[in-house]
Design a protein around this ligand. Sequence first.
Ligand SMILES: [Zn+2]
Length: 873
Amino acid sequence: MIMESLSNTPSLRRRGTLLAVAAGLAIFAAALQLRADEPYARTRDYDLQHSRIALRFDLEQKKVLGDVTHSLSILRDGTSKIAFDSVGLTIQSVTVNKTAAKFETTADKLIVPLPSAAKAGEKFEIAIRYEGKPTKGLYFILPDKDYPDRPKQIWTQGESEDTRYYLPTYDYPNDRLTTDTIITVPASWITVANGKLINVSDAGKGLKIWTWKESVPSSTYLITVVAGEFDEVKDSWQGKPVTYYAPKGRGDRLPVNYSRTPAMIDLFSKKLGVDYPWEKYAQSMVDDFVAGGMENSSATTNTSSSLNHAKIAAELTTNEDGLISHELGHQWFGDLVTCKDWGDIWLNEGFATFMDYMWIEAHYPKDQSEYERWQNARGWFEEGNLYAKPIVRHDFDDSSEFDGNAYTKGGWVLYMLRHQLGEEAFYHGLKHYLEVNRGKNVVTADLAKAMEEATHTNVDQFFSQWLYGAGAPKFELSYAYDNEKHQVAVTVKQTQKVEGRVGIFTVPVDVEITNATGPKLYPITVTKANQIFTFPSDSAPLLVLFDKGGHTLKSAEFHKEKKEWLYQLKNATEFSDRADAVVALGKIKGDEEVVAALGETLRNEKAWGVRATAADTLGQLGGASTSKQLLEALNTANEPWVRNRIVNALGNFKDDAAITTKLEAIAKQDNSYRARSSALQALGRLKAPNAFATLEFAVASDSPDDYLRIAALRSFGPLGDDKAVPLLQQWSAAGKPIESRTAAINSLARLQKDNKDITKQISAYLMEPHFPVRMAAIFALGGRGDATAIPALEALLSSGDLSIEMAPMIKGQIERLKKPADGKPGAGAGPREAGGDGEKQSTDQRLDKLEHLLQEMSERLKSMEKRLPPQKQ
Ligand SMILES: [Zn+2]
């Protein structure tokens, strides 16, 4: 699964793996009182083997009318009752083997007593007739007075434990079943469910019945139903149907964003040596989706915000490929082979992250995947709350198990395993893992066992430190050259604090020594907290690289002289070594040689990620000569993904008329919408003299996907000019496009902080059915600092009408309002205006730093969205 972003500037949508960054910072220490997912797999009394699920809908009342027949087999002698998960559903009747049966319901269970104690192996058919108005699990997206033209959509979201809100069933991953899904809908609708479409028949009264059959067993959280007014585009892979669905009217957006799917299926099938395992592959893009994407077996659901306008798609380095490859990767890892419990969720999410790398490596220039991996490592280290937790953990009641460890670190661990085992052995191992566990539930030990069986390499130590242990090595490095012995002595220290689950790491790395005669590579293995490695060298080295190519998840502080970093920037052959040099040089302030070298890199470096990082770094260094480098680079930087970063960097130069003039010009006219969007945001951040008029003009102008309007609305917040209030109120209002609204709400909350009417207006949005609007309102209120919003947030929290991950975020914002760091309730200054308070200040600094990282990371997978709070700018 990929979670939805709150961010509503398309170019700044976030990667999936960053949920915890935001959640961690926003929640502070708020403990979750709501139910956390069950960490351990349940003990089972029965094996649910097949479900016939017949659903009808009452659109008026947003009701689901269900008839489900479960075929199950008893696992335990003496079982006298069957318990199903069922929340908020009204059970009308139950039959056991076609005979009417008694039943009981509790807050979260339907309990059906059996006629007598059953024996293991005994089979039962239990039919349940029920109805309900689901608060989760199944969602009705319907036209209303504010959005009368909206295509009708009904969709489900089961993961992690929400299927039980619309279907009484066994709702934990450690059971697998086949399904028949029978959906009755208006004749003009389309439906999508798991498996093969068997039949569409006329049911009279303007209705049709769609019958889907899934004959490959999978877990109940992967059950899906999508129904509504959709456009369809048909494709295929090796004779299997590959279909794409968009809300009616947006079908023309499907090919540009989704047509690479068959090529991905092909690549994954070949690399894994296991063909795509399901009978078809459908991707349904739905409005107001509560996640970015969800890998239901054979039928993924994605957010409709992945349906980019072709002009915007062309400005994204890998467009929606990150989202598409992530969810497709799950069809093997997650669906065919499923984590047994949520504590092993990385076996789903880490692999999906890795499968995304696999596609990017195969389909784009090498430096694209290298840049993503390099950034992911930096991003993971920035998420301080992850470091002490192991990837495999069962104590997640105070946080989500869907965190940056499961996603980012999980993907990195698989990358390292591949690097250490070698391509051939690694994929041989994965094939074996998939084959022996096909159709089964797994824990991490099953992967270790399969890898060892296939490769005869013991991976226990690797699994122990990277998966059951926490953290990653933090290296401090230096070296000395001995003129007499002709030796380079490299001192390697691991500086991470050894405590809890964090230990000293054993890692193989390559050290490369370059001297006058050229480079030489030496593989070493670091095993201790403090070690010295010596290498022969005829002359003093020009460059020493530790972990050449950056194949280890680590942080490293390498004490080198400026001239060596400059040499590394220019001459290192690998992406990560040059990118590291940019970052290291960025710490040397006020040095013209450094500025010139970074400017040169910005113009001429071959990898765009290094160029973009150089732009960021120049922006942070500041000073007249750096802005000159940035302005000059604009003349030749044509790729939108570099151009926007240069423009963004220019947004750091306050009170510089030449720069604001340039930004004004770009905001109004440029080949790149992303650059224009960055210019609009930079102008707001700089509080530039003419910014108000420029932003106002952009709000009034049309652009593909409202790209510029959204950027301008978002920029009014940082601009901080109260004159914008009426305009923002207008664009926040119901009826305006949802993405424009979320941007406007975010900015509105930052203006006229004493105006209780604004707080009231935003509070009212909490009760709207539109998920993105709600999320925007939650974070806007938290940031606004007006404690009068607390009751509205508390009311939402206790409504129970919450989607995954929403509850902890609301609690976090309530905490923020209750405890403003300056101690004055309700004061809540915006982060840039924060005074000298220590705690507040450091949090803001972290947020700023985070924001910067997020901006860098946004290059990638714009659609891999998570719920992040609105940006601090
Ligand atoms: Zn996922």
